[in-house]
Design a binder for this molecule. Structure first.
Ligand SMILES: NC(=O)c1ccc[n+]([C@@H]2O[C@H](COP(=O)([O-])OP(=O)(O)OC[C@H]3O[C@@H](n4cnc5c(N)ncnc54)[C@H](OP(=O)(O)O)[C@@H]3O)[C@@H](O)[C@H]2O)c1
Length: 332
């Protein structure tokens, strides 16, 4: 089969389109004929050798490797013990994440544990279905239900999503991106009022997804003008995330999606909670997201598509930033 494989860490040029063996499903797994692959930030973190992740948090991974975690495709074969899926089923999934960073989605075929897979929603194509898994599950596990008991590698405190409803205001930073645009819609689905923060080009898009208020961060700093919100979901996160603390009411919460540095004493003084989690593959939750898509309650937006062989160009697009929705590879 054809796959994108990397033999060294580096820029987009290390992603080589090569002939490799088709993998065989182990017990509990299926072989998926991949139709589309959704891109996510861990794809470029892995490509670069994870220089931004502290060594103690880096999973071990060996070269050469086939990157990529998010797929939509058709089941080609199943292991003897698999009953939940059969050849010909259309499926989507976040494959083996977090794991050894060897998920192997940038390929014509990938093996996947059945527990990572969900039926592909019937109302959308493979390109849109491949765009959903990691971003959708991140938004779900942050806002709706964690669904697992694994501690975050970055924080001892357990993440417990705040109940959302008509009396809740949620600010979503980075609302135009993969996680952000789905989180915005899940918060609206729960009935919350949503303030979306993004750069200027995303305003129409985000209002179309249901944002009640919109802040262009290139013109105004949300931390200067927003007060008393219940929850901030900061999909940009990192060291700058604590600037959102003054926007929260007492009893409010800040969820940085990318780990940052916080002072427990400062949080306690303000009466706020700061927690995060690491997204985990979960076929059952993904099926619930799929049902919401089929019901028209949420939709997934595509920033751009590239052929599998053009993965280096897709990574260059990602490096330009300002992604609106998701970047997807289509597979011949
Ligand atoms: N905890 C987990 O398990 C987990 C899971 C998934 C992702 N993540 C992390 O979450 C982050 C977001 O992932 P993603 O897939 O959503 O990335 P993405 O699709 O690239 O989205 C990031 C968005 O942030 C916006 N942005 C950039 N700088 C900003 C700023 N200063 N203020 C407000 N918005 C800004 C970008 O567009 P504009 O600048 O044009 O608005 C873009 O739409 C990544 O760091 C990723 O590693 C963590």
């Amino acid at each position: 089969m054809k796959a994108i494989r990397m033999h060294e860490f580096g820029g987009p040029e290390v992603l080589r389109y090569e002939e490799v063996p088709v993998p065989a499903p182990a017990p509990g797994e299926v072989l998926v004929r991949v139709k589309a692959v959704g891109l996510n930030p861990p794809d470029w973190y892995v490509r670069e050798g994870m220089p931004g992740i502290p060594p103690e948090f880096r999973p071990p991974f060996d070269l050469p490797l086939i990157p990529g975690t998010d797929v939509s495709g058709v089941v080609e074969a199943v292991a003897d013990d698999v009953q939940d899926f059969a050849a010909g089923d259309e499926v989507m999934g976040l494959v083996r994440f977090p794991g050894a960073m060897q998920s192997g989605a940038y390929a014509q075929y990938v093996t996947a544990p059945v527990t990572d897979l969900a039926p592909k929603p019937s109302t959308i194509d493979h390109t849109h279905a491949a765009a959903l898994p990691m971003s959708g599950l991140t938004a779900w596990q942050y806002l709706v239900e964690v669904g697992h008991d694994h501690p975050s590698p970055f924080q001892e405190a357990r993440h417990r999503p705040m109940p959302l409803g008509g009396d809740t205001t949620v600010l979503i930073n980075g609302a135009g991106g993969g996680v952000g645009h789905l989180a915005l819609q899940l918060a609206k689905w729960k009935g919350a009022r949503v303030i979306a923060v993004a750069s200027g080009a995303h305003e129409e898009f985000l209002r179309g997804l249901g944002a009640d208020e919109y802040i262009d961060y290139t013109k105004q700093r949300p931390e200067d003008i927003v007060r008393d919100v219940d929850l901030v979901l900061d999909t940009v996160g990192g060291p700058a995330s604590r600037r959102f603390l003054p926007t929260l009411r007492r009893g409010g919460a800040l969820y940085p999606v990318y780990f940052g540095e916080f002072d427990d004493e400062e949080n306690a003084k303000l009466g706020v909670t700061v927690t995060g989690t690491q997204v985990r593959a979960n076929g059952a939750q993904l099926a619930e997201l799929g049902s919401l898509l089929d019901a028209g309650a949420i939709r997934v937006a595509i920033d751009s598509t590239f052929a599998l062989a053009d993965a280096p160009a897709a990574h260059k697009r990602a490096a330009e930033g300002h992604i609106q929705g998701k970047i997807v590879l289509t597979v011949p």
